[in-house]
Write a protein that binds this ligand. Structure first.
Ligand code: AMP
Length: 234
């Protein structure tokens, strides 16, 4: 497989074409942004950690029956993925109140839920990824009802698999964001899963081991990413 010209550069990754029209190469950077790009920085080593962690998680999800875009890890920072048409809906699953949920609804961070919640936002930087519901997604023609149903079922399945995966490493999965894409008519998971996109707390101390350390200037950002990497045995 040959890496061809760059197709796109995002906040945390570059995406390249290949000589196969169905395959792209993702190249993970150490750049970090928060608050829709207002806060910028570097987390040294993050690209390698996110690449390897995301790939391990995708392999696990495939084994458990969730189709993903993962094809093959090519290097520390590069992975071959299936080229999808992204569904512009961000899906957030929460097990414990935190972040925007706590702020919007006045629920203290760390309050556990009896059942996980699902929410959708419209993936649109100009609008600041506004919160929507399933009816909005269909009205905006972002996805069909069938696709929304599939996406929601997969998202809860991802939560079940990840909760267990992190727990055996002494980590609580508080919440996470994922995105899906269309590949030859099928909905598949097409997003990284890493401390950039999940809230991960130490199971005993509730110490934050994720990007909130960067967002909230808590310090020891690299150490937290390395700790997750080490605990997962990656
Ligand atoms: P929030 O809505 O800010 O409480 O975020 C919920 C979860 O989704 C957290 O784990 C965030 O890390 C993740 N998340 C929300 N928005 C994004 C985004 N634009 N990129 C990556 N992860 C996100």
């Amino acid at each position: 497989m040959q890496k061809l010209e760059q197709l796109y550069e995002g906040k945390a990754k570059k995406v390249f074409k290949t000589d196969d029209p169905d395959v792209l190469i993702v190249d993970y950077k150490d750049d970090a942004t928060a608050f829709n790009g207002e806060k910028k920085g570097t987390i040294v080593g993050k690209g390698v950690i996110n690449n390897k962690m995301s790939n391990r998680v995708h392999q696990l999800l495939e084994e458990k029956g969730v189709p993903t875009h993962y094809i093959q890890e090519l290097s520390d920072r590069e992975t071959a993925v299936k080229k999808v048409e992204i569904v512009p809906v961000e899906v957030i699953i929460r097990n414990v109140a935190a972040g925007s949920f706590s702020k919007r609804l006045g629920v203290p961070e760390g309050t556990p839920f009896e059942q996980p919640t699902v929410e959708f936002s419209y993936k649109n930087d100009e609008l600041g990824d506004p919160l929507i519901n399933d009816y909005f997604a269909v009205a905006l023609k972002l996805a069909t009802w069938d696709e929304i149903k599939t996406i929601q079922d997969y998202a809860f399945k991802v939560n079940d698999v990840l909760k267990e995966y992190f727990l055996q490493a002494g980590i609580k999965l508080i919440d996470f964001k994922i995105e899906f894409g269309r590949y030859h008519g099928q909905i598949i998971l097409a997003d990284e899963i890493s401390p950039d996109t999940c809230r991960l707390w130490d199971v005993n101390t509730n110490e934050k081991l994720d990007k909130d350390r960067f967002r909230r200037d808590l310090g020891n950002v690299e150490e937290a990413y390395n700790e997750v990497f080490k605990r997962l045995g990656l």
